[in-house]
Design a binder for this molecule. Sequence first.
Ligand code: PMP
Ligand code: GLN
Length: 383
Amino acid sequence: MSIQVTSKLPHVGTTIFTVMSQMAAEHGAINLSQGFPDYDGPAALKDAVKRHIDQGFNQYPPMAGVLPLREAVAAKVLDCYGAQVSPDTEVTITPGATEAIYCAVMAIVTPGDEVIMFDPAYDSYEPAVLLAQGKPVRLPLAPPAYRIDWQRVRDVITPRTRMILVNSPHNPTGTVMTAADMAELAALAERHNLIVVSDEVYEHLVFDGQRHESVLLYPELAARSFAVSSFGKTYHVTGWKTGYCVAPPALTTELRRVHQFVTFVGITPIQLGLAEFMRAHPEHLRELPAFYQAKRDVFNSAMAGSRFRLTPSSGTYFQLADYSAISSLPDREFVTWLTREVGVAAIPVSVFYATPPAARYVRFCFCKNEDTLRAAAAKLAAL
Ligand code: PMP
Ligand code: GLN
């Protein structure tokens, strides 16, 4: 007898990141699709993790994460955003930012609560809301500027609106929120008593001298926000799946209630290694914007003569490109063709929308060695 199940996520298939990375591998294409570096994390960081493994730090850490890493996060948050947070009651180490976002949503959203998010939206947001039996309210960011239309946000707020989920620097568009956006967000959240989930995994990847607008810069916003980040992005170790969440004590208590039954904890030696590296190498964070800006510039200059039209990338390690001068294929078909026939894999942007716009964009990832970027751009510029 076959087992009958009612899917809780009937519309969810394999994520586009897995699909495209697999296709790239099958066809030997240069993989500018899924966001991960083709270079390694710092040697001193890897050594620190290995040393902690060898020294026997291989059992469960505390549920909130090892104290030295929570202290390092608190020190960093003070240094970068002037926010004084308690490592005990306001910082939680999680197995990736994804887990933190999931736990924050699960902790707050009750059946029928509305959660505002912006398309193109990172793919984990909506499933988390649906599993909490909340209602995703997806507002489009219009190309090519992809700014939040705050009037539209005001128009969709109802008494059931409970949460707003923002992401800056923004994946996949590379846009960053401004101080004016933060003022709008703070005012709306206050007026309607909303909880904010602020996905800031690319907080240290902001270019051209701009400042990252963290919710932690604004005490009134910080008081009602989960600020989420990822060591994977910051230290070039996406496969270590380690992130954190900073939130005021009342929100952290609720986050941890869920976190302790989703995963309970992350991995001890990785957390201790990160703590040691953060203390010993504060310059890593200072150097990161220039490191990624240089990669963006190498890729974009190499693409200058191409028929792709690039939108400005102010942050993240992603670059959007309008391919309408090259092809009239829908973006999923275009990236399949690009991977198989041209040898470069990219992400179709329509998959991040509830209702995709007519514009034709793909996302290229530039957290790659310069040789990789130049080789990919040479193929793309020939189209
Ligand atoms: N949010 C965004 C916007 C991302 O791009 C990613 C990257 N994968 C994540 C969250 C998840 O980060 P992590 O790998 O630490 O779970
Ligand atoms: N965040 C990465 C990206 O946007 C991928 C993460 C994943 O594979 N789920 O490419």
